[in-house]
Design a binder for this molecule. Structure first.
Ligand code: 6PG
Length: 263
């Protein structure tokens, strides 16, 4: 696929947009521009913006781009609420912490008020309690009851694992079947660990979801996800189908190697 090619599509994922960037720096610049547009529109409309950050390594370049000019000065960071899609069962200073990565790459360099940085406390031994507390923190931010329908984040950023997972929704794990809670603890047998993750009910309420995929090692899974049959148990990313929000795939050429023609 050509660089910067847009394809509208009605695949099983009901993709609203798929953009192929030339390389990881171009992908980060494109994602930052989308991020900025969504944030500025949300603040104009509501006086604040609610963003969910992805973990893993791919978004780090995007976070560094957002922490640099012009975004560092231009974006309304003081009106921004930052949440996470998932977190590993480690303390925030641990090298594997998704919060820690975003803090180093972005949050230490932009003026988001401390009370608007909503960290998942996945290091707690009581992960179910941490999940309920995070759900309550989301509810309080949106001024809704934690027992009701999930609120709509303005933007959720997600990645794609080589096994088709997103957030910490891994193949054949319990959280894939969650239909009521917005946040839950999830045991990941293949990693022999537990994590905290947002669930499909709240993901699919988002106004916009940006999926960021980079690198040749993601080419096989991206092709399987976009070309193959719907299989949410084996490919949990297939559970991500926003009810009314936009699903935007931003991928680089290496990841898009297996894609050709219309998606
Ligand atoms: C995590 C992420 C996870 C990530 C994918 C892709 O905690 O690991 O939330 O869902 O987005 O595993 O990770 P990379 O960007 O490192 O390939």
């Amino acid at each position: 696929m050509e660089n910067g090619q847009y394809v509208g599509s009605s695949t099983r994922l009901a993709i609203d947009e798929l953009l192929v960037a030339a390389d990881p720096p171009a992908l980060a610049r494109e994602a930052a521009a989308r991020f900025a547009r969504i944030a500025q529109k949300a603040v104009a409309r509501l006086g604040r913006v609610t963003l969910v950050l992805a973990g893993g390594s791919t978004p780090e370049r995007l976070y560094a781009c957002l922490a640099s000019e012009p975004y560092r000065t231009e974006l309304p960071w003081h009106k921004t609420h930052i949440f996470w899609s998932d977190e590993r069962a480690v303390p925030p200073e641990h090298p594997d912490s998704n919060f820690g990565m975003a803090k180093r790459a972005l949050l230490d360099r932009v003026p988001v008020p401390a009370d608007r940085i909503h960290r998942m406390q996945a290091e707690r031994s009581d992960l179910d309690g941490a999940a309920s507390d995070y759900q309550a923190e989301i509810a309080m931010t949106f001024a809704v009851t934690p027992a009701g329908e999930p609120p709509a984040f303005d933007l959720i950023l997600l990645g794609l694992g080589r096994d088709g997972h997103t957030a910490s929704l891994f193949p054949s794990t319990q959280a894939l079947r969650e239909t009521r809670r917005w946040v839950c603890a999830n045991h990941i047998p293949m990693l022999k660990t537990n994590r905290l993750t947002l669930t499909p009910p709240i993901l699919n309420r988002a106004m916009a979801i940006v999926l960021l995929v980079s690198g040749v090692d993601k080419a096989p899974i991206l092709q399987a996800v976009l070309r193959g049959p719907a299989d949410p148990g084996r490919l949990p990313i297939h559970l991500v189908r926003p009810a009314s929000g936009r699903l935007i795939w931003l991928v680089d050429q290496d990841a898009a190697k297996g894609l050709s023609g219309r998606a």
